[in-house]
Every structure is written in structure tokens, then in C-alpha cells.
Design a protein around this ligand. Structure first.
Ligand code: C5P
Length: 212
């Protein structure tokens, strides 16, 4: 079974994807980490984030088992990642890696922006997670505080709105729900309630195909 969970920044999709993957004992890929790793590489090399050739090269050399979530989850890299994610050559270079992951025997859980639309349109269960920008900013602030990063609420909210606009407005693989995705609005839900809602979406799909 392939499960895709897409949605905007800090919608809760990553936490939900991790928990769904653990529940069904499926491998999980946080596809945002790939774009973050490309951006981190360019910044380390002191290259421009608009350098398509350097970004595509970095994307082509990524290795999934060497992605360091702790290092890549910082505030600044989210914005940088959304810039390199708008470069078509970067998306093309990362496509096969993600598609191969989604086709692992037994299935997989992927989360990101285009996993249900571009990476695995054949996925059995697709969830599109949303929440208001203000609630997402508060959650992000909490994550940063836990990492010891102090960022003002207004700056986090502005970053979320800017990234939403860039991710939804780009011409290639824009952030949008697949036509067959189930929408899950987590604005009023805590993580436990959101997990139960996501699980019941996946369970409904499994029931429909004989719980395979
Ligand atoms: O999900 P996360 O915040 O880590 O993603 C960072 C950025 O990577 C997003 O703002 C988006 O621009 C990009 N991204 C993407 N497609 C994906 C996953 C992430 O364009 N499947």
C-alpha cells in the first residue's frame, strides 16, 4: 500500500506520515528533506540558490540514507528549500529517487507537496492536510523552540505565507490536492485527533480493497 500525505508547511503532514508509517510498519520518506539537502549543499558551497546547474548536480548526488533530519530541519532552510524546489531541473533530478522509494515492495508512506500528484499518482491512500496559517505558525514556533531556535511569531507567519504562495504558484508540481485526495483540516485538531482522522482515512481505503 502506498500512502501519500501532502500539504503546506507545518500542516502536521510530517508527524502524521511518521505515525502512519510506524502503524503499518511501512518505510517513510519526508520528501521535503531532499529539497532542504539541496539548498544546504548550495549554501555550504556559497552558490546562489538560483544556480540551476549546481542545484541539479547536488540533487543528482543525494543519498537517502545520508540525509540528516536534525541538521536540515532549521528555520532558514525551509525558505531556501522552497527556492530550489521551483527549479525544474532539481525536481527532475529527484523524481526517480522518490518514485523508486514509493515502489518498495510492501509499500511506503511519502509526505511533501507533490507526492500524490506527481511522485505516486497511483497511491491507494492520499491525504491532503491543511490548517490555518496562524495555527501552523504557532506549531512551527514550538518546533523551533524545542530545537533551541528563537524566532519571532511574525517572522514565522510571514515565512509560512511566503512559502505557501511560492509553493502553490510555481509552474511545476505546484502544491495542490490530488483530485482523489481526502482533505484533512487539522486547524482544530491536536496531533492525536489528527492521527486518528488520518488513520480512519487509510483504513477506509484498505476496507475498500479487502484489507490487503
Ligand atoms: O516540507 P518542508 O517544509 O520540509 O519542505 C521544504 C520545501 O521543499 C517546501 O517549502 C517546498 O518548496 C519544497 N518541497 C517540494 N516538494 C515536496 C516537498 C517539499 O517542493 N514534495
Amino acid at each position: 500500500m502506498i500512502v501519500t500525505i501532502d500539504g503546506p508547511a507545518a500542516s502536521g503532514k510530517g508527524t502524521l506520515a511518521r505515525r502512519i508509517a510506524a502503524h503499518y510498519k511501512l518505510p517513510h520518506l519526508d520528501t521535503g528533506l531532499l529539497y532542504r539537502a539541496v539548498a544546504a549543499h548550495l549554501l555550504e558551497q556559497k552558490r546562489s540558490l538560483d544556480d540551476a546547474a549546481a542545484a541539479a548536480k547536488a540533487a543528482g548526488e543525494l543519498e537517502l540514507d545520508r540525509l540528516d533530519r536534525g541538521r536540515l530541519s532549521g528555520a532558514a532552510l525551509g525558505e531556501a528549500a522552497s527556492r530550489v524546489a521551483a527549479i525544474p531541473e532539481v525536481r527532475a533530478a529527484l523524481l526517480k529517487l522518490q518514485q523508486d522509494f514509493s515502489r518498495r515492495p510492501g509499500g511506503a508512506v511519502l509526505d511533501g507537496r507533490d507526492t500524490g500528484t506527481v511522485i505516486a499518482p497511483q497511491a491507494e491512500a492520499k491525504i491532503f492536510v491543511t490548517a490555518s496559517p496562524e495555527v501552523r505558525a504557532r506549531r512551527r514556533l514550538q518546533d523551533f523552540a524545542e530545537r533551541g531556535e528563537r524566532v519571532p511569531y511574525e517572522a514565522v507567519l510571514a515565512d509560512i505565507k511566503k512559502r505557501d504562495a511560492r509553493d502553490a504558484g510555481r509552474s511545476i508540481a505546484p502544491l495542490q490536492a490530488a483530485p482523489d485526495a481526502v482533505l484533512l483540516d487539522t486547524t482544530e485538531l491536536d496531533i492525536e485527533a489528527a492521527f486518528r482522522a488520518a488513520l480512519s482515512i487509510v483504513e477506509a481505503v484498505r476496507a475498500g480493497r479487502g484489507r490487503s
